[in-house]
Design a protein around this ligand. Structure first.
Ligand code: PMT
Length: 345
């Protein structure tokens, strides 16, 4: 029989212990303040607000980070979608990977041209936009300025998976007063595995060419659950699964909001099945599936109680597929053009 004073230890769910064990980013407080003001403003004006997540999350291998594992995403889907949501009248919270593509500036920031190639020197030594680009740039500039003037675009950056999750939880909770006027459009590429805080080395992981300092007569070697350490020419990393937080968006953080999430696969035979599985598991309103190699011109919509529905850019309007994990500059320019086709299609 159990001792009366002895309490049965109740395991803390992984989703809860994650936030206890992995501290919030330094920026959380200032981002929360900005998001709170932004959301209150739009609650007062009865406007729909979408939080778009965009870009890949990193998993740092060291606290003073030299190396990290990255997730593929240039931010094209998120940044382009933000522009279309703004055009449709939404206010947009753009939670994005730092230095990934941003709405409006994406037309120039990662182009084949250096941004200076869009400029020219006027007759009196003033800097002007090259006449070739004037018209398009004016259109983009007007839309960008309108979004700023109307306080309809809030851009908040993250880098690591932990930063992303803290920000997602905080902002989703702040969006609760919007009720069904809140939309979540989760296009970020989110790490499935991570290195918990207590197993991250403080300093740069050393290769075996460097002798480790010896303390108290024993080498500062790792245990299997210790920080990653080089073995000969190998580096062994023991990653934990990232708890599945997407269900919490529905159950706890933003129960009334509409949730659209993305599912990325590389094997065509798995895509629809995995998207359906995600829909069941997370109870979102829509899961959009895409394959890495064809994501620019076809996606599949999977919604509860409905047949899967493919949206495709017609073949004659496609630009050659981009499969490189980090697209080169030429590929990025192609991507921008094809992305416009996708949205029009
Ligand atoms: O930015 P681009 O270059 O245009 O590319 C766009 C994109 C391919 C990154 C985008 O369209 C896309 O598919 N985003 C989702 C990528 C992703 O993380 O999918 P995944 O199936 O690998 O997800 C892994 C796990 O992360 C899921 O099981 C889910 O639990 C979680 N997840 C997924 C998406 C998300 N937004 N949040 C999550 O927490």
């Amino acid at each position: 029989m159990e001792d009366a004073g002895q309490k049965e230890s109740v395991p803390v769910p992984k989703e809860r212990s994650y936030f206890r064990d992995n501290p919030p980013p330094k920026t959380l407080e200032s981002h929360t303040k900005l998001a709170k003001a932004f959301i209150s403003y739009h609650v007062r004006s009865n406007r729909d607000v979408v939080m778009i997540t965009s870009g890949g999350t990193t998993v740092p291998l060291e606290n003073q980070t030299v190396r990290f594992i990255d997730n593929f995403s240039a931010g094209t889907r998120g940044a382009t979608s933000a522009e279309y949501f703004l055009e449709a009248g939404y206010a947009v919270i753009f939670l994005h990977r730092q230095f990934s593509l941003l709405p409006y500036s994406r037309h120039y920031s990662h182009s084949t041209n250096c941004f200076l190639d869009f400029m020219t020197e006027g007759q009196n030594g003033e800097v002007e936009v090259n006449p070739e680009y004037q018209q398009k740039m004016l259109g983009v500039l007007r839309k960008y300025n309108a979004a700023k003037r109307e306080n309809k675009l809030l851009m908040l950056p993250f880098t690591t998976i932990t930063e992303y999750l803290w920000e997602l939880r905080e902002i989703a909770t702040l969006m609760r007063p919007l009720g069904p006027k809140a939309l979540f459009f989760l296009a970020a590429a989110v790490s499935d595995f991570f290195l918990p805080k207590d197993r991250i080395s403080e300093h740069k992981i050393q290769s075996s060419d460097n002798k480790e300092p010896v303390t108290n007569g024993s080498s500062k070697s790792e245990t299997s659950a210790g920080p990653p350490v080089g073995h000969g020419k190998q580096l062994k990393i023991d990653l934990d699964p990232v708890p599945k937080f997407l269900k919490m968006l529905v159950d706890g953080w933003a129960p009334e909001g509409m949730i659209v999430s993305f599912k990325l696969e590389t094997d065509p035979s798995l895509l629809v099945f995995k998207a359906q599985q995600a829909l069941e598991k997370y109870a979102h309103h829509l899961v959009i599936g895409n394959l890495l190699s064809t994501r620019k011109y076809e996606v599949v919509f999977v919604a509860p109680g409905e047949e899967e529905h493919w949206i495709r850019v017609p073949v004659h309007r496609r630009i050659k597929s981009v499969t490189a994990p980090r697209p080169d500059m030429k590929a990025l320019k192609d991507e921008q053009t094809t992305e416009q086709e996708w949205f029009r299609g």
